[in-house]
Ligand binder design. Structure first.
Ligand code: FAD
Length: 287
């Protein structure tokens, strides 16, 4: 399978990538290429020009600033999985990145490409929404930020507007102050993509649940946020029985079904893995 012919240009800065996008309506950004190139080979994408952003240093790397992790959009899954800082401050993200595909995919694939592509079976979107992350972009009108919960808008669709590039993902630390977090997935045995992924972040204080978020991928066309407004655990002890009851009541409209799993089976997986993820997150919180 060969892609349709295209022009190729390499950008040396985020601003140059934005300028090049402004000059080429049919251009696409190329990061790790692990989603875009397969799409081009299948001719599901036929960009006239590829703008290679893979070597822009300013949007690569991880640091901590004012209590949050700042992850450049070009940072690979492998770098995130093996970052001591991410492991310490946000173990759920390191764990999820480590579950992506295989070593080759993790070495080339980037967090920015992963979330810009917005595959429903990708691991990072559910984790970032559960964490309450913020997505930073640069476009023709300058920088812009949106909450991860508003970034994923549909199947392969995001809030990225024409001409914008993702620059940084800002992630709150979640392994301190009585918080615990866990990401679990049932993966497709060949690709590693999620048939069902469950991301839980639970904060406990003096034995009482202060906040709980639970998001799924692989079940619906975009991230399914089970409790956008708090949920049933808040204010209680988040004991196993309460979690089990909450998961028994979990309702998911129009789950996806395909050759790997029916919609009904995916909902059953969400209930089972949601329960396990919440219990593990509560235990990790120490509460
Ligand atoms: C065999 C295989 C197995 C995989 N398994 C998994 C898995 O288990 N879990 C999982 O989550 N993913 C999986 N993936 C996908 C992998 O994580 C990809 O790397 C990722 O989805 C895309 O990242 P990329 O850097 O390769 O992006 P690219 O393929 O280069 O780009 C993807 C899309 O994002 C856009 N884009 C890229 N960077 C930016 C940016 N900075 N700003 C704006 N737009 C941008 C591109 O224009 C393109 O439309 C798998 C892929 C393969 C090939």
């Amino acid at each position: 399978m060969y892609p349709a012919s295209f022009e190729y240009v390499r950008a040396t800065s985020a601003q140059e990538a934005v300028d090049l996008l402004a000059q080429n309506a049919d251009a696409k950004l190329l990061a790790g290429g692990h989603s875009l190139i397969p799409m081009m080979k299948l001719r599901l994408a036929q960009p006239a020009k590829l703008i290679d952003i893979g070597r822009i240093a300013e949007i690569r790397g991880i640091c901590e600033k004012e209590g949050t992790l700042r992850i450049g959009s070009l940072t690979t899954h492998d770098t995130i999985a093996n970052s001591e800082l991410v492991r310490q401050k946000c173990s759920i993200l390191a764990g999820a990145a480590n579950k992506i595909g295989d070593p080759q995919v993790r070495n080339k694939g980037t967090i920015g490409g992963n979330i810009a592509h917005a595959d429903p079976a990708s691991d990072l979107p559910a984790v970032l929404v559960a964490l309450g992350a913020t997505v930073h972009m640069l476009g023709p009108n300058g920088p812009r930020s949106v909450a991860a919960g508003e970034f994923f808008t549909g199947l392969l669709e995001t809030a990225l507007e024409a001409g914008e590039i993702l620059t940084e993902i800002e992630v709150p630390a979640c392994c301190e102050d009585g918080s615990g977090c866990t990401y679990l997935k049932v993966e497709h045995p060949a690709s590693g993509y999620a048939v069902c992924g469950a991301a839980a972040v639970v904060k406990m204080e003096d034995g009482s649940c202060v906040s709980a978020s639970l998001c799924f991928n692989g079940i619906t066309p975009t991230v399914f946020n089970a409790w956008p407004n708090g949920g049933p655990l808040v204010g209680g002890s988040a004991d196993d029985a309460t979690i089990a009851a909450a998961m028994a009541e979990l309702s998911i409209d129009e789950p996806m079904g395909d050759i790997h799993a029916s919609g009904e089976y995916r909902v059953a997986l969400a209930r089972a893995y949601g329960k396990r993820a919440l219990i593990a997150a509560r235990e990790r919180s120490g509460g």
